[in-house]
Design a protein around this ligand. Structure first.
Ligand code: GLA
Length: 384
């Protein structure tokens, strides 16, 4: 086929417009990383309708909604059987999904659900294989706003896997409803290189988190190098939060929250919001930290330096300030330092401690803070 110059230009414009539309769709629902609560880490398969309603109530009454948490997500184990027409129904623990969605929406919140491209979910319930369009239409009709699509029993090579995610993305798109598409396949097959291409708004980059300092550290500190693959509309996901579930110390949970915010990670609380302590709530609703996670520039932080167990991570922010995480992965309190020059500043800088909520004043040269074992200090640094 022979293309004239103007036809070529027209085609290029078209490609550009399609690309812009695809980006805009992603940015629409996830211009900043998604925030909310998910049932999995606390309830696993024990979740039911009334538990979810109680968590939605607590999301509002605790002040978490006001701090930015928006989605209430039912993870695995809600599925029942398909009827003769192939339509998937919830099991007896979820008598009416549409009514649950309406309840969540009535609180000004959004509703998320879970499925798999395989025949079965990870917990052995019905997956969407062969029913993608039908399930997407059902989910949209119920009023869902988020779909976590979890690889589980899907069998196929990387190409087939990518096609399966694309298929569900297209099915969601066809419903005309804005639905955040959360890819979950544990970081296999370099998902960060194709997740955005198949319409993913986030993709798991790690194994499942557990409520332990070791696994949380592997997931979080292991994200270095993946920063180049994210931006508004599409994010790396080192898995949901364990803050408040009891398996880590307060300093370890501070590390968890600090790291996830520096990583521009989705923030899905995974604890029981109806009984959480004041300390847990303070960690989850630290607005200065949340502002780092939700910063509109959308740049994921990365490791600037490491000396044994001491690490410095930085994340550039829209107002030209820099968020700095000082981490101590060692077994006793130690000072962690970084020079303002290494952060890209010349002359004096102004420094604020985001856990102490305190201005530390103007500083020059080296910034050093004592950091407790397994703890973190997060600073916001700007030109003076
Ligand atoms: C996988 C996912 C978890 C959770 C469970 C549910 O393990 O990685 O986040 O969704 O499945 O079965």
């Amino acid at each position: 086929m022979k293309l004239t110059c103007s036809a070529l230009l027209r085609n290029l414009c078209l490609v550009g417009m399609i690309a812009a539309c695809l980006m805009a769709r992603g940015e629409d629902v996830a211009s900043t990383p998604g925030m909310g609560w998910s049932s999995w880490n606390y309830y696993t398969c024990k979740v039911n309708d009334s538990m979810v309603r109680a968590q939605a109530d607590a999301l509002v009454s605790s002040g978490m909604k006001a701090a930015g948490y928006q989605y209430v997500n039912v993870d695995d184990c809600w599925q029942g059987e398909r009827d003769a027409s192939g339509m998937l129904h919830p099991n007896s623990k979820f008598p009416d999904m549409k009514a649950l969605a309406e309840y969540i929406h009535s609180k000004g919140l959004k509703f998320g659900i879970y499925s798999s491209p395989g025949p079965k979910t990870c917990a052995g319930f019905a997956g969407s294989l062969g029913h993608e369009e039908q399930d997407a239409a059902t989910f949209a009709q119920w009023g869902i706003d988020w779909l976590k699509y979890d690889l589980c029993t899907f069998k196929g090579n990387a190409e087939e896997e990518i096609a399966a995610y694309q298929k569900m993305h297209d099915a969601l798109d066809k419903t005309g409803r804005k639905i955040l598409f959360a890819i979950c396949q544990y970081g296999k097959d370099r998902v960060w290189t194709w997740g955005a291409r198949v319409g993913g708004n986030q993709w798991r980059t790690s194994r499942d988190i557990t409520d332990s300092y070791e696994r949380m550290s592997q997931n979080g500190f292991g994200q270095d190098g993946l920063e180049k693959f994210v931006g508004p509309g599409h994010w790396n996901d080192p898995d949901m939060l364990e803050v408040g579930n009891g398996g880590m110390s307060p300093d370890e949970y501070i590390t968890h929250m600090s790291l996830w915010c520096l990583l521009s990670a989705p923030l899905l609380a995974g604890n029981d919001l109806t009984t959480m302590s004041k300390e847990t709530l303070e960690i989850l609703t630290n607005r200065e930290l949340i502002a780092i996670d939700q910063d509109p520039l959308g740049v994921q932080g990365h490791r600037l330096s490491q000396e044994g167990p001491l690490e410095v991570w930085i994340k550039p922010l829209a107002d030209k300030s820099v968020a700095v995480g000082l981490f101590n992965r060692g077994e006793s309190m130690m000072p962690v330092s970084v020079s303002s020059a290494a952060l890209g500043f010349t002359g004096t800088v102004r420094v604020r401690d985001l856990w102490q909520h305190k201005d530390l004043g103007a500083m020059n040269g080296s910034l050093a803070r004592d950091v407790p074992s397994h703890g973190a200090v997060v600073l916001r640094v700007q030109s003076n």
